[in-house]
Design a protein around this ligand. Structure first.
Ligand code: XLS
Ligand code: NI
Ligand code: NI
Length: 460
């Protein structure tokens, strides 16, 4: 941190008024410019050029970037070994918490404006402090949402999805919808009812269920079938209430295998889709897939996305990354072009984002404690996704990789393969066929190294 910033942070009691950008972010321009690939300026975009036409849409329309409120505004840098580290000149611990919360919203929208990001995501409890009762908490939330609405109207920034925090408060220690305590379920229902009303009011394009503590720590004390039935009832109630108030945003279920519980019911895309189908929610809920959660489940994110995609469950992506040496949800910003290329390849395969988008569910490191780091982080993530979009678009328009995959399955296009696919064969006819053939000869190499080489040719 430069001395100048430090002096300001210490000398100036944070003011509870619309943040004067130059005080909060002295190094950052009013708007991050696009300077092109040759720029050395890391407070500029090198690749992300929102108006650039890529196929039928602009880059901005393809990527639908969102900044999340929780990590960006409420991340303090606290970890299990020490307290927060972040210097946030707009925070005022001595002020009325509600006034501080409103001011924080204005800073948030200033950050998005500077970045030129069109969407945000938030939990209810990120925005406003809890009161002593549910009624008080709702009133606090209403007061802050009024500021959110003002800022949305002022800037044109939209809500990609809204959600409720059903995991931080101790009342949810056993989970919310899957709690052994029916009162916790009831509280969560009231909380999500309110969150859906807000989603409607903000015109949110979606609503996310992330399990939080919907899972368990030990089988010994757990009635799994009862808990899962409750979770399904809860989601049905949400879908029904959304219909009642005419909230037409898309519902998403976000897979995560562990953290905070040992066994999360929303383990991965397969577990979520199975749950949604088993309980009749498949028409109303898609998936919000997070890169780092895929990794924790032992999957590549492109596997999770495509697994959801071919079954019609692909919704949105929480864009972040883990660390290959750390086995927890580190929520780092994505800087790997291979990763973003593969993510965009899958989304383009299914026609791109509709209700969903690229939400940076990512946080700066505890050591990156200055406000300017929020900009380096998001600019880096946006450029990396923009590059991934361009590469994926080139791969798709050449069609070479797709042709190579099609070629690998050519035995299914004619002869016995085509006959099986059309349903014209059974075990008896296939036995007759094989008795005649004698054996199934290996017919081609997997060519993994060739496929990787072709991908690399687009990347560098
Ligand atoms: C936590 C989740 C969470 C959801 C929203 O790991 O990623 O941030 O995206 O509740
Ligand atoms: Ni997430
Ligand atoms: Ni996460």
């Amino acid at each position: 941190m430069s001395d100048a910033v430090q002096d300001k942070a210490i000398a100036r009691p944070p003011a509870l008024l619309i943040p004067r950008r130059k005080l909060c972010f002295p190094e950052v321009p009013d708007r991050i410019p696009y300077e092109g690939p040759d720029s050395k300026n890391l407070l500029a975009f090198r690749i992300y050029n929102p108006m650039m036409q890529v196929g039928e849409k602009t880059m901005a329309q393809h990527l639908k970037f969102a900044v999340c409120y929780w990590h960006t505004m409420r991340g303090t840098g606290q970890d299990p070994f020490g307290p927060g580290t972040m210097i946030r000149p707009w925070e005022n611990a001595d002020a009325d918490p509600l006034e501080n919360a409103k001011n924080r919203v204005r800073v948030f929208f200033a950050i998005l404006e500077i970045l030129g990001v069109p969407y945000f995501t938030a939990h209810d409890r990120d925005l406003a402090p809890e009161g002593k009762t549910l009624a008080e908490t709702n009133a606090n939330l209403d007061a802050v949402i009024a500021v959110v609405k003002e800022e949305m109207a002022r800037t044109g920034i939209k809500c990609l999805w809204f959600t409720a925090n059903l995991f931080s408060n101790p009342r949810y220690m056993h989970g919310a919808a899957t709690s052994c305590n029916a009162d916790a379920f009831a509280y969560a229902a009231a909380q999500v009812k309110k969150a859906l009303e807000i989603a409607k009011e903000l015109g949110a394009e979606g609503y996310v269920f992330w399990g939080g503590r919907e899972g368990y720590q030990t089988w010994l004390n757990t009635n799994m079938s009862r808990e899962l039935a409750h979770l399904a009832q809860f989601m049905h109630m949400a879908v029904d209430y959304a219909k009642k108030i005419d909230f037409t945003g898309q519902f998403y279920f976000e897979p995560k295998p562990c953290e905070p519980t040992k066994h999360q019911y929303d383990f991965d895309a397969a577990a979520c889709i199975n749950f949604l189908r088993a309980y009749g929610l498949e028409k109303d809920v898609k998936l919000n897939i997070e890169t780092n959660h895929a990794t924790l489940a032992g999957h590549a994110v492109e596997h999770e996305l495509d697994y959801a995609g071919f079954q019609g469950f692909l919704g949105s992506v929480d864009a972040n990354t883990g660390d290959e040496l750390l086995g927890w949800d580190t929520d780092q910003f994505p800087t790997n072009v291979y990763l973003t290329t593969l993510i965009m390849l899958v989304f383009l395969k299914y026609g791109g984002f509709t209700s969903g988008g690229v939400n940076f569910d990512a946080k700066v490191r505890r050591e990156s404690f200055e406000p300017v780091d929020l900009f380096y982080a998001h600019i880096g993530g946006m450029d990396t996704f923009a590059k991934g979009l361009l590469i994926a678009t080139a791969i798709r328009s050449d069609g070479e990789l797709a042709r190579m995959v099609a070629e690998r399955y050519r035995s299914w296009d004619t002869g016995i393969g085509a006959a099986i696919e059309t349903g014209a064969q059974d075990f008896e006819s296939l036995e007759r066929y094989m008795l005649e053939q004698g054996d199934a000869e290996p017919n081609q190499s997997g060519r993994q190294e060739l496929f990787e080489g072709v991908l690399n040719r687009y990347i560098f």
